[in-house]
Design a protein around this ligand. Structure first.
Ligand code: GLY
Ligand code: MN
Ligand code: MN
Length: 432
């Protein structure tokens, strides 16, 4: 509870007095007819409350005499709880979540216009939840009609401040992220152990989900990508239905979500446990690019230094292997490497897999600082039919992705437990 209270206090200090911040949780979504998608709280809301029930809104009103922190949530309802399980209710919302005041979600329409009418600065992030945006607009219209006196406030982005906080992970968050990475790493390793030619991609996907849940992760952080052979060249391949063929590689990009925090790991390994010479030469190029990128995860470095390092190594390698023509300088300048490496090397990682936090400060790449977490995920993708590329390279897609914490004493690769070198992978996969 104190972690969340501290975060709210820190945010309110930044926002200053005499303002209102409104942070709704996610809105339940119908999957079909009367079945919902599994509910997941909004990341901003969860970061500030730890509260996981739907139909909840956090209000921060620094300086408000009746209480600065209000949680709107569902009241107890014996009948509904009989069907859907227990609710926290208003009393426990105060004692267990440490807010000053808990009010019924059903009464939002009554309270919100009053709160809005009394402030001059409103922090609210438009665009996250369309339905909630609509309600906000209704409340604003309502107060303007009633007061006539042009109740006016500045509408300000909360994300500017809140996402800057979320970018720097505290010890509690890093602890959970390490666990999420451990669970995902163990599951990825199990996939290598169990993979056989003739399995279907979805068997590995199912095994990954099973292993993660067995170890306590609630859900996956994103739909797993299990891409055998040339499917690996489709960056967001999630069909996962094909046979895994002897002699091909399989790319697995999968991570669990633990207590809201994502892991995001990719390994590419031979279906039969042994790399061919060609596969190995490309794989070791991507691995070298990843090592060069990880070495750049140092406090004070621009956040894209790892990308620059990866691009340099990959481009040199592609020229050496004949995948690209010309000299290094030209290839870097004209970005010809993008034909086979078309995504960034990194993104922030946290409550969201592509986590929030700016990548720029004053139009310059932001500098790495302790507690930031980012992925390092170079890849090479050579789709079938790539003109001018020797046939033996075509249909190979490789990505190696790890999760890295920026630390004062150098990068901490929290997903390093999954075998990564050719020798490690082959040893694991061919062990009796
Ligand atoms: N799994 C999504 C990504 O690697 O960015
Ligand atoms: Mn990623
Ligand atoms: Mn990934």
């Amino acid at each position: 509870m104190s972690v969340y209270q501290d975060r709210r206090a820190q945010l309110m200090r930044v926002l200053g007095a005499d303002c209102v911040a409104i942070i709704p949780t996610a809105i339940e979504q119908i999957r079909n007819k009367d079945t919902h998608f599994p509910f997941r709280p909004g990341s901003d809301f969860y970061y500030l409350t730890g509260f996981t029930e739907p139909e909840a809104v956090l209000i921060l009103a620094p300086g408000r005499s009746e209480g600065e922190v209000i949680l709107f949530c569902r009241e107890h309802d014996v009948k509904a709880e009989r069907w859907d399980g227990p609710r926290t209710g208003l009393t426990a919302a105060v004692t267990e979540f440490g807010v000053d005041q808990a009010l019924p979600y059903a009464a939002l329409d009554r309270y919100l216009p009053k709160l809005l009418g009394a402030t001059r600065r409103l922090f609210y992030d438009l665009g996250a939840y369309a339905e909630f945006d609509q309600r906000m607009l209704r409340w604003i219209r309502q107060i303007r009609q009633v007061s006539r006196s042009q109740s006016a406030f500045d509408l300000l982005a909360l994300s500017t401040h809140l996402h800057a906080m979320r970018l720097h992970k505290g010890p509690d968050e890093l602890g959970i992220m390490r666990q999420a990475a451990d669970i995902s790493a163990a599951a990825q390793t199990e996939l290598m152990r169990r993979c056989q030619p003739g399995m279907r991609e979805y068997e590995l996907a199912a095994l990954f989900a099973y292993q993660c849940q067995l170890q306590g992760a609630q859900v996956l952080a994103y739909p797993s990508i299990v891409a055998g052979g040339e499917h690996a060249c489709v960056l967001h391949y999630t069909a996962n239905r094909s046979l895994l063929q002897d002699g091909e590689l399989v790319l697995v990009d999968a991570g669990c979500e633990l207590d809201g925090y994502a892991a995001d790991i990719t390994r590419t390994f031979p279906v039969n446990g042994r790399f061919s010479t060609l596969q190995r030469s490309l794989y070791e190029l991507v691995l070298a690019a990843q090592a060069a990128a990880i070495a750049q995860v140092q406090v004070g470095q621009p956040w894209d230094a790892p990308h620059q390092a990866a691009v340099q190594v990959l481009t040199e390698g592609m020229l050496r292997l004949g995948l690209l023509q010309g000299n290094l300088q030209q290839a870097l300048k004209n970005k010809t490497y993008q034909r086979f490496f078309m995504h960034r090397t990194s993104h922030w990682l946290g409550l969201d897999v592509h986590d929030v936090g700016s990548y720029e400060v004053d139009k310059e790449p932001c500098r790495l600082a302790p507690g930031m977490v980012l992925t390092i995920e170079p890849g090479l993708y050579i789709p079938p039919g790539s003109e001018g590329v020797p046939a033996h390279w075509q249909g190979i897609g490789i990505r190696i992705e790890d999760d890295v914490v920026v630390q004062a004493d150098g990068p901490a690769v929290i997903s390093a437990a999954v075998p990564r070198t050719v020798e490690q992978i082959e040893a694991l996969m061919t062990a009796a």
